[in-house]
Design a protein around this ligand. Structure first.
Ligand code: AHR
Length: 496
């Protein structure tokens, strides 16, 4: 008989408090994310503001903390003034980032109203491509200044008497990428971002700013870009951004082990930021905003004619994608000491957990479920479990067959384990939770299935969904649980 996988969770092995902003998402003016995703005034379920209520319901259920807006690559060519004021006077523009026509029927005022209905907060973005530090500070003034200036009074005239109180701002997007409108090198970007951050914080000293890190780990300038940008901005910004997407390149085990690569990406940038801290003799520790992460089949992109809201990058996620995705989400928890914000890119239609039909139905994609349960059950402190598990050989080196995250909710008295089994074999888990005293297992959720390529469709919306398993209700400090091969599991205990 093979050995069980031993998981020992110790109350004192703290990684850090899980910041609720780790479960944030992203809405970009891209494809059908905004138009026919969040906003579709002609839809039968649209409310008085033109927002799709079926989408709002699913966003609320998902448990999203903040939503990053308005981009993405779109941000670097966007003039926020185009999206305010009477809708019939707003300009139609070419969006050069995604080669689409932007009707500007949805802007910061509409997004603010949408977020209030969705129960989320805004993570704003300022344009560092065609935009200036002045434009950036003026957007902060428009949104957050109480009144008595031209811009704050304009917001009041546009229907928002009270300040929007947007506390978190991205200073540009992926400025290291040559695909970015008005891309800059690290020195030019660092200097511009510094001046923007200063002006934005002088306008509102309660805000926090995120400076652009490398667009991905495969950039030739990674991690030198991050070092240079941080050296220029360190004392004036609060977070460095990280972006990372994964796709299946043919080997399922490698794909499932993407969490290993994400883990080393985070470790590299942590070391880079700590180098800058030492070099600058700073007392301040830099934290991270992982503000784009997901599974994304980037090789599937096709050209399209100029039009409004085309179907762009609407990946359909399989069970296998959802398993890989769960490992990425767990990695954020396992780095809770340094990651304070993370955005699942994106929220609706565009590489998203929620998919709509124009004028029609809405479904939860497979990735919806891991995000929902990670967000719901990761309140508290992330703990570092000691796990004895078989290893699998992957392109990222040896990876744990059973990858684990643990969260202790001191207030509610819950211990939650998330276990991803990337091996084909069933595993018996031997769980040692002695440091918590006696506990009762109160919930078990399993995401698994015979067909890894299964997806949810509009006609079969629940083809892939997690199962709630029975729990035996015994009170103990040691538990056993069998998990199937290729499965994601949530095991939740209540301290007695
Ligand atoms: O999320 C899709 C795109 O991916 C974003 O616009 C960009 O920032 C990234 O390259």
């Amino acid at each position: 008989m093979k050995d069980p996988v031993r998981i020992h969770v110790e109350k004192d092995f703290e990684i850090g408090k899980v910041d609720e902003r780790i479960f944030s998402s992203f809405a970009e003016h891209l494809g059908r994310c905004i138009y026919t995703g969040l906003y579709e005034p002609t839809h039968p379920l649209a409310d008085e503001d033109g927002f799709r209520t079926d989408v709002l319901d699913l966003v609320r259920e998902l448990g999203v903390s903040h939503i990053r807006y308005p981009g993405g690559n779109f941000l670097s060519g966007y003039d926020w003034r185009d999206g305010i004021g009477p809708k019939d006077q707003r300009p139609r523009r070419l969006d050069l980032a995604w080669k689409t026509i932007e009707p500007n029927q949805f802007g910061i005022d509409e997004f603010y109203d949408w977020c209030r209905k969705a129960g989320t907060k805004i993570m704003g973005g300022v344009n560092m491509g065609t935009g200036s530090p002045r434009d950036a500070a003026q957007l902060v003034e428009y949104c957050n200044f109480p009144g008595g200036t031209a811009l704050s009074d304009l917001r009041r005239a546009n229907g928002h008497k009270d300040p929007m109180d947007i506390r978190l701002w991205c200073i540009g997007n992926e400025m290291d990428g040559d695909w970015q409108i008005c891309h800059l090198d690290a020195i030019d970007y660092g200097k511009k971002a510094l001046e923007a951050a200063k002006m934005m914080k002088w306008t509102d000293d309660t805000i926090e700013c995120v400076v652009c890190g490398s667009a991905t780990a495969t950039m030739p300038t990674f991690p030198e870009w991050d070092r240079q940008v941080l050296e220029l901005t360190y004392e004036n910004v609060d977070y460095l951004s990280m972006h990372r997407y994964y796709e299946n390149e043919g080997n399922d085990t490698d794909f499932l082990a993407s969490f290993k690569d994400m883990d080393s990406f985070i470790s590299t940038l942590t070391a880079t930021a700590d180098y800058v801290k030492a070099y600058k003799r700073s007392k301040k520790t830099m934290y991270f905003s992982f503000d784009e992460w997901n599974v994304w089949y980037q090789h599937n992109q096709k050209p399209h004619p100029w039009m409004e809201a085309p179907e762009l990058i609407e990946d359909r996620y399989s069970l296998l994608d959802a398993l890989t995705f769960s490992g990425l989400g767990m990695t954020l928890i396992n780095h809770a000491d340094r990651i304070r914000i993370a955005c699942l890119a994106q929220i609706v239609n565009v590489i998203a957990p929620i998919l709509t039909e124009r004028g029609g139905r809405v479904i939860r994609q497979t990735t919806y479920y891991p995000f929902k349960y990670l967000s719901l059950y990761s309140k508290g402190t992330a703990l570092r479990p000691v796990v004895r598990t078989p290893k699998l050989e992957t392109r990222y080196g040896d990876a744990e067959a059973v990858y684990t995250s643990a969260v202790y909710d001191e207030e509610g008295g819950f211990v939650t384990l998330f276990c991803l089994n990337i091996g084909k074999e069933e595993q018996l888990l031997d769980l040692d939770l002695n440091s918590f005293g006696r506990l009762k297992m109160v919930e078990r959720i399993e995401l698994s299935g015979d067909d890894l390529s299964a997806v949810n469709t509009f006609d079969q919306p629940d083809a892939v969904a997690p199962k709630q398993l029975p729990v035996d209700g015994k009170t103990d400090a040691r538990f056993e649980a069998k998990i199937p091969g290729l499965s994601w599991n949530v095991l939740r205990f209540k301290v007695q």
